[in-house]
Design a protein around this ligand. Structure first.
Ligand SMILES: NC(=O)C1=CN([C@@H]2O[C@H](COP(=O)(O)OP(=O)(O)OC[C@H]3O[C@@H](n4cnc5c(N)ncnc54)[C@H](OP(=O)(O)O)[C@@H]3O)[C@@H](O)[C@H]2O)C=CC1
Ligand SMILES: O=C(CO)[C@H](O)[C@H](O)COP(=O)(O)O
Length: 477
């Protein structure tokens, strides 16, 4: 296999596991001459041997060869494990590059790392682009959703390439410049957090239909197939029907019954919640989804408390339709919370993220792609500063129409001993936002009682303290 260091490749990819190799093939299929490299050369060799006919690949055994094979300004996409491996690759690359060159990290990096890396490379005259890439193996090959951060100048060079290989919906590429430094990876992180919440709500729907509704996985698969039209139409609902309908070849049982019920996680959902706590944004749907995965893995506690007692509950005839309504309303809440978090971060870090554009680029290519994102895009088009998606006319009406069914679902679940943390916390969030008065007033009183933490009054400006241990008169604080 010949390799070339004549500086003619348009772009490079280093890290040729599932994502990197498919991204390189996607670039080659779009007519770009792609230089390819992997720490162990076997993967590079295999890629070119198996897919060399799909376009022009330049295999490189060393990072120095990879860099030498590129046109200037050089553009190298890194698709390796997040964390220390990414730092190691950046360090090696940066030493070989020249001012004006671009390093693009397409992995699931933490946005704080991306900010640090961007600042360090900027000092050396290099552009660092933290690009969230979603769509898994299939998306990387056929068109992912791409969320690049970094300097506007780097996007001028890189944008046309990324837009051409991204998914396309209604003539619009699912790729846009998100904002400076860590903005792209932040948005990808929230995308993954919403992915967690969406899957948790789908899982609760299945659990309720099965355990309270007495339906089989095959019957529930049909329900999801029906739901995959109209407002719920989405990739995750579509593949839920596939997974629930699948039968294990070895046992003849539903596939879902032979899989261990412990959900794993790589960390992006947890990062979303950690950052939401820092920003003070309640992303309860994502948090419940992360905790539900953690709880599922507490095998010792589950075994100690397991109960097989029969529960008798009257299930409403409308259960299937009610669950559909609860799923939709809870999903609206989860997305509203995720978009809130992006808005708060955009203000905090001065990123100027266009929220409508984020909904637009999530319509295709990514795991949470859904027809429903058109509604979110429209909401931000109408009112870019809308304080919550729940305030938008369409979403307000959709949730109001669903709320009776949503309450019935939560009541039925509670009576049937079926845990629905996603549905119930979303309903609590909605009810809290609509409450004229919240019990936070009592919390303020208690804080003032035990710690003289002061409170504000509803009827006049200022901070006050009650002398709880004395005559209980009020003083200015
Ligand atoms: N898989 C998915 O669906 C998605 C993954 N991502 C992200 O994309 C990135 C790539 O993911 P994926 O394709 O699954 O691959 P992995 O995350 O499994 O990473 C494997 C790749 O990293 C390389 N690597 C590991 N350690 C080092 C190191 N110290 N120095 C150099 N290279 C190293 C490996 O090289 P070698 O072959 O030599 O071991 C291999 O090319 C990750 O950041 C992931 O989070 C993003 C969206 C979806
Ligand atoms: O980035 C992705 C999709 O966009 C991955 O699918 C995601 O990382 C999966 O996360 P987890 O393993 O934590 O469920």
């Amino acid at each position: 296999m010949a390799n070339s260091t004549d500086g003619t490749a348009r772009i490079a990819v280093t890290g040729l596991a599932v994502m990197g190799s498919n991204l390189a093939r996607n670039l080659a299929r779009h007519g770009y001459k792609v230089a390819v490299h992997n720490r162990s050369f076997a993967k590079t060799k295999a890629l070119v041997e198996q897919h060399g006919q799909e376009g022009e690949f330049v295999p490189a055994e060393t990072m120095a060869d990879l860099v030498a094979s590129l046109q200037q300004p050089r553009q190298v996409i890194i698709m390796v494990k997040a964390g220390a491996p990414t730092d190691a690759v950046i360090d090696e690359l940066a030493d070989l590059m020249e001012p004006g060159d671009m390093v693009i990290d397409g992995g699931n990096a933490h946005f704080v790392d991306t900010r640090r890396r961007e600042a360090a490379l900027r000092e050396r005259g290099l552009h660092f682009v933290g690009a969230g890439i979603s769509g898994g193996e299939e998306g990387a090959l056929n068109g992912p959703s791409i969320m690049p951060g970094g300097s506007p100048e780097s996007y001028k060079h890189l944008g046309p390439v990324l837009e051409s290989i991204a998914a396309n919906v209604d003539g619009q590429p699912c790729c846009v410049h998100v904002g400076p430094d860590g903005a792209g990876h932040f948005v990808k992180m929230v995308h993954n957090g919403i992915e967690y919440a969406d899957m948790q709500l789908i899982a609760e729907s299945y659990d309720l239909l099965r355990r309270a509704g007495g339906m089989t996985p095959a019957q529930i698969a049909e329900v999801f197939r029906t739901w995959n039209s109209g407002d719920l139409e989405s990739y995750l609902v579509e593949i839920t029907a596939e997974v629930l309908g699948h039968v294990d070849a070895a046992t003849g049982k539903p596939f879902v019954d032979v899989v261990e019920d412990r959900a794993e996680q790589k960390g992006t959902g947890r990062w979303t919640v950690q950052e939401a706590l820092e920003l003070g944004i309640p992303v309860t749907g994502i948090a419940e989804a992360v905790f539900a995965r953690s709880l599922s893995s507490r095998v010792d506690q589950r075994a100690a408390l397991e109960s097989t007692a029969d529960v008798s509950v009257t299930v409403p005839d409308t259960l299937v339709d009610d669950v559909r309504e609860a799923l939709y309303a809870s999903k609206v809440v989860a997305y509203a919370q995720g978009f809130d978090q992006m808005r708060a971060a955009s203000e905090q870090y001065d990123w100027d993220i266009d929220l409508g554009a984020m909904a637009t680029i999530w319509r295709g290519g990514c795991i949470i792609r859904a027809v429903f994102l058109n509604r979110i895009r429209e909401a931000y088009e109408k009112a870019p500063d809308v304080p919550s998606l729940l305030v938008d006319d369409y979403f307000r009406a959709a949730v109001e129409n669903a709320v009776d069914a949503w309450r019935r679902v939560v009541v039925t679940a509670v009576q049937a001993n079926v845990p629905v943390p996603g549905f119930s916390s979303a309903l609590a969030y909605y009810d809290a936002l609509r409450s004229n008065r919240l019990p936070a007033a009592l919390i303020q009183g208690l804080r003032d009682f035990f710690g003289a933490h002061t409170y504000r009054r509803t009827d006049r400006e200022g901070s006050f303290h009650t002398l709880w241990g004395a005559d209980r008169s009020e003083v200015d604080a």
